[in-house]
Design a protein around this ligand. Structure first.
Ligand code: GAF
Length: 393
């Protein structure tokens, strides 16, 4: 059964009625620009074909509550619209973790639009998703963005896509407790077929960049290591704090304002680890700009070295790779990939490889063999297609 049909069937089973419609939003891969978003820098993600669908109907009983159900969990969670303000962020632990995403979006959407909860209808929502969870493909942004477009329609809230992305980020930051940036929500809401979104995370200006993978005979391969990560714990927040220390030492608002030429001066001001964290972000911003220029001037077969340099920077300077990700990248390159790098926040998740169509099998086999040789559990390898963003189905 297709995922939208699963969401509809779940809705009928849990709520005993048919939904008025389904909405959906995609996961994403990031081509390049990692941990640059919360430094006001540049990113280049694409939405992918894997989507989270939500079936929705206004409640027929006039009760001002939001009920959420999902294939992730047997529990149906039911919260009064007037309780959301008390729940988030202070009492978020009172709701199951997955439900913090949609309920957090309901809360942040009402706040962003200055909507009095007593003036909207109660709603029932049922979710189903084929975005791999914990793979670094933004299953969280997919659920947030699907919820945001569905509730905005149901409640007649007229916010543009950037405002909806901010709603999703606020839900993730405050209702879930993950101190993430805005890249994933922007990718999920603004994605286009066969394109990447070149986003300036300071101005939030987004440009659609044609990728031309198919014309160049290239496929984008995802190697999901199966190593699960969470951005609500540990490493992600520590990296963010190091970036803030670096910006403060240089007296700038964000690392976006630091250039490669400033790095020698920074070396005098901060410890060696903070220096390397900053060097990753500053050089990564430059690699995003170089990738966009290279795509425009030479096409996708010419971006391989930038992807490889990005991975090395995350492995050595930002230290967010894991042995499984390094193995995936090395195996893909050895089997002839144009370029490869880990994608997303790191500490697990997936690598991407840009691969000539004829070599996809060889890259898949090479990654699988390298994982077996290293004693790692087998990776899941599949191709992704740059796809359209959130919409009513
Ligand atoms: C995660 C976060 F959600 C994004 O905001 C971004 O920081 C990314 O990690 C790293 O580039 O996906």
């Amino acid at each position: 059964m297709r995922t939208a049909a699963i969401a509809r069937a779940l809705f009928a089973a849990r709520f005993g009625a048919d939904p008025t419609g389904t909405w959906s939003a995609p996961g994403r891969v990031n081509l390049i620009g990692e941990h640059t978003d919360y430094n006001d820098g540049f990113v280049l993600p694409s939405a992918i074909q894997h989507r989270t669908h939500v079936a929705l109907a206004p409640r027929a009983d006039g009760v001002l509550r939001v009920r959420v159900a999902s294939t992730f969990d047997d529990a149906t969670v039911d919260v009064g619209l007037d309780e959301l303000d008390a729940l988030f962020p202070a009492r978020r632990d009172d709701v199951p973790e997955w439900a913090r995403y949609p309920l957090g979006v309901a809360w942040a959407l009402l706040a962003a639009s200055a909507t009095d909860p007593s003036t909207v209808t109660g709603v029932d929502l049922a979710f189903a998703s084929d975005v791999p969870v914990g793979a670094g493909l933004s299953s969280s942004a997919a659920i947030e963005s699907a919820t945001a477009v569905a509730l905005a329609d149901a409640w007649g809230i007229d916010l543009d896509r950037v405002a909806l992305a901010k709603v999703g980020r606020r839900a993730e930051n405050e209702a879930v407790g993950a101190p993430t940036g805005i890249m994933d929500q922007m990718a999920s809401l603004l994605g286009r077929a066969d394109a990447a979104i070149f986003l300036d995370c300071r101005s939030l200006e987004a440009q659609v960049i044609d990728l031309g993978f198919a014309g160049a005979g290239l496929e984008l391969v995802v190697i999901d290591t199966g190593v699960k990560h969470s951005h609500a714990t540990g490493g992600y927040g520590e990296r963010r704090a190091a970036c803030e220390r670096g910006a403060a030492a240089l007296g700038v608002p964000a690392l976006r304002d630091v250039s490669v030429d400033d790095l020698p001066r920074l070396a005098e001001l901060v410890d060696e680890v903070t220096f390397r964290r900053v060097r990753h972000v500053v050089t990564e911003d430059q690699r995003v700009l170089d990738t966009v220029r290279t795509l425009r001037e030479q096409g996708p077969t010419a971006i391989g070295d930038l992807l490889v340099a990005s991975h090395a920077s995350m492995r050595d300077d930002f230290e967010i790779s894991v042995p499984e990700l390094d193995t995936a990248v090395e195996a893909a390159l050895a089997a002839g990939a144009v370029g490869a790098r880990m994608t997303g926040g790191g500490f697990g998740g997936a690598a991407i490889a840009l691969v000539a169509h004829d070599l996809v099998r060889a890259v898949t086999d090479a990654a699988t063999a390298a994982f077996a040789a290293a004693g790692f559990a087998a990776p899941t390898v599949f191709t992704v297609t740059p796809s359209a963003g959130a919409a009513r189905d």
